[in-house]
Design a protein around this ligand. Structure first.
Ligand code: DGJ
Length: 722
């Protein structure tokens, strides 16, 4: 049993393999948070909230000052309920002042979980248990149901909530975070993944908490290149291997907010959910509002342990089962090979060369219905001049070569220069006469179901009868105007996201067995919401392996390797900086591997090399799909980067070492391995040397040994149990 309720003490104790999450119902029927962290026995820990109360605090009891709303830990904090700290929920009865104290009424515990209608969420397995707690206000106007999912196997607890208007009053919700979690003390660092276009999640930003509110959020209508919904809290001493580390994320792809608020007493509150900027959602009588799902994990093995929990959870419970642990396609994508000049002949030439390179899937990127980014998005009509056999004919020709075929789409957008926009100028997210333009395009107003259905039908028609194996789903601008001809401003951003998820579901229903890769101008929508629909996401338009090292290393804090789509590209890649073949492969094989270059420029010898890489990737792919990642050397701290992946049974491990800048330091460097079984004997497949895991993890390997042999810009070592 992962969820226990003690009738006497009214304590809820949620347990995963290694963690405990404890809260209780107070004498005043509030939900008081007591503890989250390393697993503890089922003791009565209510004493921890018993504190001396100072002046200027309000309490419900006339004679017992223990229940003080401004210092207690809460499971949900509602504005205007006595809690003077940062709230997680704000609503009003049509601007009328009224108390919003919510009290426990009932709860239920059950196996599995209920789907979150219209939203992505963690999928249950046999072990998953759920808890629902119903709270209501004193006048019975509002019913708030808190939903907890306990995923014992991955040490993850999920939170979401539904608010229902059960009274007769008009209700406006102005903030609706998915979770609120209170910690005593503020001895934490925050860790966030900062970035921007071509630099997504590349900067792992760590800083000690200060009093006040730290906010990591996005207002772009996407999770964005600039910030990511993932946030960690860790003790100051936490590193990759030890110390307390809490990881949080939101299963959502739109405007999010992670708030860490340190109050006047030096206590810490974590609030994760929808961003509340401009948010105002009317909940009519009998109507409900459902929040996205937040997830949290705790590890005593520092940030490394936290990441491994998040990786396991994403692979086992977010990504669709049929794709999560299965070999991924090795694609040749047409974008960097031909950009908008792509033609049928070019795709067939790529396909023929792909056969020599161990590639199994040819992907036709942007350009199949236009020759620049200026026109035609939204019309969904194949350019017959460049593609004389049509998509169907081309697809058949690629299949006849024994290869799979993939296609690029950007269904949520329309070009200003398109027939579709001319016909439906009111179908975009803007009510202004001159909407803001970005990449010559607007975002379709998916808050309107008729737009979602119409665009799905148009795409459906164009792709009818097409035997696709792969779809790349792109999204190339930010939402900058929360305006719609049909939807109230305060509801636009969230309704837009619900519409986008619906559109994704509709197109996925047309292609049930097709692997989707999502993308947003590179990695601008890299989040758990998208991973629910697509097992992998294009990591960044920056394919320079030096820059990619930072991007991939940063992304690994929150996301499993297999979720990162990584391509081997031209030597003079997007940045113009040269790199060796070996280096490009080493970096790209970090994630789900593929190619993005004009294969016709390569001779037999080079293609044989690429074939070797494809085979090597396939040989080691199981590590990427199933293994545990250990970060050894951060590129931000050294001139090098190193990481290991170890199989779950610890029989095989791969060490990757990357030299980013040539530096003498490498000569004296010993690298201690991680994650091995100390008692197993491992053979270094490169050198033939056999050593115990304990030796490799404590004495380490000498980097310069490798360099003396062959001066390279990095190496990969494989260790197998003997
Ligand atoms: C942005 C993506 O990140 C690229 O890979 C490519 O698909 C272009 N869009 C196409 O417009």
């Amino acid at each position: 049993m992962s969820i226990q309720f003690n009738e006497q003490t009214k304590i809820f104790h949620l347990q995963t393999k290694n963690t405990s999450y404890v809260f209780c119902v107070t004498d005043f029927n509030a939900l008081e948070h007591l503890y989250y962290g390393k697993k503890i026995p089922l003791d009565d820990v209510r004493y921890i909230s018993n504190r001396q109360i100072y002046s200027h605090v309000a309490h419900e009891s006339r004679d017992d000052r223990r229940y003080c709303a401004s210092v207690q830990g809460f499971e949900v904090s509602v504005f205007n309920s006595g809690d003077i700290r940062t709230p997680s929920v704000v609503f009003d009865y049509d601007n009328q002042a009224d108390a919003c104290r919510l009290r426990y009424r009932s709860h239920s515990i059950y196996k599995g979980r209920k789907p979150l209608a219209g939203l992505p969420y963690s999928r249950a397995d046999e072990e998953t248990e759920s808890l629902e707690i119903v709270l209501t206000d004193d006048d019975n106007c509002v019913e708030l149901t808190l939903i907890y999912g306990v995923f014992a196997d991955t040490d993850v607890i999920t939170r979401s909530q539904i608010l229902k208007n059960v009274g007769g009053k008009a209700l406006t919700v102005r903030k609706f975070a998915s979770m609120c979690l209170d910690f005593y003390g503020m001895d934490f660092d925050t860790v966030t993944l900062e970035g921007l276009y071509l630099y997504e999640r590349a900067q792992v930003s760590r800083a000690p908490l200060k009093r006040g509110v730290f906010k990591n959020n996005s207002l772009t209508g996407t999770s964005s290149h600039n910030h990511n919904p993932f946030i960690a809290l860790c003790t100051h001493n936490a590193d990759e291997d030890m110390g307390d580390a809490y990881g949080f994320n939101l299963v959502y792809s739109g405007n999010f907010s992670d708030e860490i608020a340190v109050d006047h007493l030096g206590d810490t509150r974590v609030i994760i959910g929808l961003d509340d900027t401009g948010f105002a959602w009317k909940v009519g009588k009998g109507e409900t509002l459902l929040s996205p799902e937040a997830i949290m994990t705790y590890s005593a093995q520092g940030l490394g342990g936290m990441s491994r929990n998040l990786h396991d959870h994403t692979r086992k419970h977010i990504i669709e089962k049929e794709f999560a642990f299965s070999p991924r396609p090795i694609v040749i994508n047409s974008w960097e090979a031909s950009y908008f000049t792509v033609t049928e002949a070019k795709i067939l030439s790529l396909a023929k060369h792909a056969l020599d390179c161990g590639i199994d899937t040819v992907v036709l990127d942007d350009g199949w219905f236009r020759d620049s980014d200026k026109t035609s998005l939204g019309d969904w009509r194949t350019d017959k001049e460049s593609f004389p056999s049509g998509l169907k004919g081309l697809c058949e020709k690629v299949h006849a070569l024994g290869l799979k075929f993939g296609l690029w789409l950007e269904p949520e957008m329309v070009n200003e220069q398109s027939d579709y926009y001319k016909q439906h100028p009111d179908y975009v997210l803007s009510t202004s006469k001159l909407p803001l333009i970005s990449r010559h395009q607007f975002i379709l107003d998916l808050t309107r179901d008729e737009v979602v259905q119409d665009i799905a039908n148009r795409i459906r028609e164009e792709l009818q009868g097409l035997d696709l194996d792969y779809i790349k789903w792109d999204f190339n601008r930010y939402a900058t105007e929360a305006s719609s001809f049909a939807t109230e401003q305060g509801e636009v951003y969230h309704r837009q996201m619900l519409g986008a998820y619906k559109l994704l579901s509709l197109i996925k229903a047309q292609f049930p067995n097709v692997l989707f890769e999502t993308c947003s101008g590179g990695g601008g929508r890299f989040d758990l919401g998208m991973l629910y629909y697509s097992p992998q996401i294009w990591t960044s338009d920056n394919t320079d392996p030096y820059a990619r090292t930072y991007i991939q290393y940063g992304s690994s804090y929150a996301y499993p390797m297999s979720a990162l789509s990584c391509h081997f590209t031209e030597g003079k890649c997007t940045s113009g900086r040269e790199s060796t073949f070996e280096f490009r492969y080493r970096v790209a094989s970090f994630g789900s591997y593929g190619y993005e270059l004009d294969l016709s420029k390569y001779g037999a010898e080079e293609k044989a090399k690429l074939k070797g890489y494809s085979e090597l990737y396939r040989k080691d792919e199981d590590l990427n799909l199933n293994g545990d990642l250990y970060r050894l050397l951060s590129p931000e701290e050294a001139d090098y980067c190193a990481y290991m992946v170890v199989s779950k049974d610890k029989k095989k491990a791969k060490l990757t070492f990357l030299e980013l800048y040539a530096s003498g330091l490498v000569e004296s460097m010993a690298l201690r391995l991680k994650g091995l079984d100390p008692d197993k004997l491992y053979k270094n497949e490169e050198t033939g040397e056999v050593l115990y895991g304990a030796t490799l993890m404590n004495v380490g390997v000498r980097i310069s040994d490798m360099y003396r042999e062959k001066r390279t810009d990095g190496y990969t070592l494989t260790f197998v149990e003997v």
